[in-house]
Design a protein around this ligand. Structure first.
Ligand SMILES: [Zn+2]
Length: 75
């Protein structure tokens, strides 16, 4: 399990708060920390932003190529 705020590995800790950022977690409540399953699925916000930007730019590029090709070689 990892910290929801900073992703610090919370396993084998004495206290119930993250030593990295101080966020309190409850080992018996999986909403207060990041479980291994959700850690695998969720990406770092900046990584997600880069992927979204890449998809957006690709979509705009494809739309532009389609538009230009329609203008010059369209019916
Ligand atoms: Zn933390």
């Amino acid at each position: 399990m990892h910290c929801l705020s900073c992703g610090y590995d919370l396993q084998n800790l004495d206290g119930n708060h993250c030593p990295e950022c101080g966020r309190i977690f409850d080992p018996s409540d999986d909403r207060t920390f990041q479980s291994p399953a959700s850690a695998r699925l969720s990406l770092h916000p900046s990584v997600r932003l880069v992927i979204l930007l890449f998809i957006g730019v690709s979509a705009i590029g494809l739309a532009l190529i389609f538009f230009v090709s329609q203008m010059y070689w369209g019916p």
